[in-house]
Design a protein around this ligand. Sequence first.
Ligand SMILES: O=C(O)C1=C[C@@H](OP(=O)(O)O)[C@@H](O)[C@H](O)C1
Ligand SMILES: C=C(OP(=O)(O)O)C(=O)O
Length: 680
Amino acid sequence: MYRTAFLDLPALATAGGTVSLPGSKSISNRVLLLAALSQGTTTIQDLLDSDDTRVMLAGLKQLGCTITPDAVTPGQPIAVTGIGGRLPAGTAATLFLGNAGTAMRPLTAALAVLGGNFEMTGVPRMYERPIGDLVDALRQLGCQIDYLKDAGFPPLKIGQPDFSAWSDAPIQVRGDVSSQFLTALLMALPLQAADKAITIEVVGELISKPYIHITLELLARFGIQVHNENWQRFVIPAGSRYQSPGAIHVEADASSASYFIALGALAAATPGQTGVRILGVGKDSIQGDIRFVEAAQAMGAQVESGPNWLQVGRGTWPLKAIDLDCNHIPDAAMTLGVMALYADGTTTLRNIASWRVKETDRIAAMACELRKLGATVEEGADYIRITPPASATGWKAASIHTYDDHRVAMCFALAAFNPAGLPVRIEDPQCVGKTFPDFFESLFAVCDTPAQQIPVICIDGPSGSGKGTVAAQVAERLGYRLLDSGALYRITGLVATRAGMALEATNAERIAALIAAQQLEFTSDQRVLVNGEDVSLAIRTEEAGMNASKVSAFPAVRSALVGVQHAFRALPGLVADGRDMGTVIFPHAPLKVYLTASVQCRAERRYKQLISKGLPANMQALFADLEARDARDMHRAAAPLKPAEDALQLDNSTGTAEEAVQQVMDWWAARQPFAPAAQG
Ligand SMILES: O=C(O)C1=C[C@@H](OP(=O)(O)O)[C@@H](O)[C@H](O)C1
Ligand SMILES: C=C(OP(=O)(O)O)C(=O)O
């Protein structure tokens, strides 16, 4: 997950390949709660690991459920041992439920029915998301729920229910603000249906109906067969009792699929690929958002699907504008809002009033951000109408504010395919953690763009100037990859000797092929990984230094390393640290910095570093070494150390590393097309 203040997406050109999606949020949180209410242990495969499921898991642990392992581990099932429909008397807890509607609403209902002493809390936005209709419904039974702040909204206090006055009359609940209130009742009331049938009646229109379908499907898996009478009345039969299915699988998230369906529809196919293949969810999904496929097809997407996969390619281009009632796909419909930027006319998305009470006011947010990109947008209480920029020149480079809303961040990433070739800045990219923590990594894995579009910041300079530290920190702040080119020859020497190759000219070709085949990574905390193994220490020995100098004399190795270095130029961008980054390896880089410091100052820093590690150090010798090294680096025939003509020079003799990092960030910001106010 990118934890940077913002993430700049360079203009993207094509898409292709396979993406495996994380589990469905709606299914994960329902299955967790149902498993927790059941008797026995439920083994859950492919549970989503995200903010929303973490708050649910933490809450269930507080209630006494056993969860093994303790946290979701990729590829491993998680086992939940439930409470068997009742909590020990006097159970008390304060549950923090973040901004997860699928945790707050169903847990509120379940705990209000079970009884105890609970506080239901969350992030500030949660305290603006309505829950009054659910509380009103639960109070009809005799549940004890108080508002701790504003009436109608969390935080809530839950006490012991008194069911004595509860008649057999249907429980009424409004369905026009959120379907999650009905879902919450459907999951909580079976706890009281051992002896009598319970009827729930929906008052007014029921929105987001397909989510009720998910609820009913999963209730059935846990032994509860609810009668759905035309989406108006739901009857939980007498004798209902939660029964764990033993094992259950979570299908991938159909709302998360929408970004990749849209990607396939609007991006040209990467040569050699036939569009975007999405694994984990297919046409048989129980999630309503799978019907996003139909909307995408109406706009022009070519979609094939099977039991657990979708294959999407560009069909009609430009996309066709649509006018659609989106009540059945409230979450995925936001993606249509960004697809509308690529359409041949005005797109209208209707019946989406619920957008206003989700992670943010999504109608207002979409309107504001789409306008920043150059669209003309009209918004109403329950609709949004989007007219794309008239031509490529109408597009604007925008810094997209994301309102702590994962879906705003994810759908606006698709604006990077704009025909104007402009980058798009996504602010606070880690908000995708709500449902899809690795969204951007997954996106980059199936997107492509010509190498020259991918930004490179070169930081060159003499030994000891601090360029390694500065480069690593700049890369970390931007979420860019990092290349420590100086380490490459050391790594080459290391892998060649480990492979038993003598470091001789006759082996040069084999050594070159070997280094080109390694998976190299330079982490932001300055560790060096080869095929995942940390070799940071192994490459810093005297012997590694000598081996590096041997292999660096072989032309075949040098040229293989040019290819290796170019391969680091990958999405979303690169910070390259070395001596010839700006002059030889990336001569067209959009920012080149030549970082230097006086010999005296570099010698002092090195001296302090050695002393602090308890190593022997001699100031005069260090000074002389550095002078000699500078002279060698600057006067060698191949790629001598010198500032590129267009490099900005930064003397780091007196300032701190932090100041140097900030200077590089400022220079970089000044070269971006985004409005200054929006820069991080
Ligand atoms: O029940 C669910 O899992 C959900 C229901 C929908 O909410 P509303 O019913 O409030 O529209 C949806 O937006 C949300 O992301 C998940
Ligand atoms: C509305 C959403 O979330 P929640 O489950 O918190 O309602 C969403 O994921 O788009």
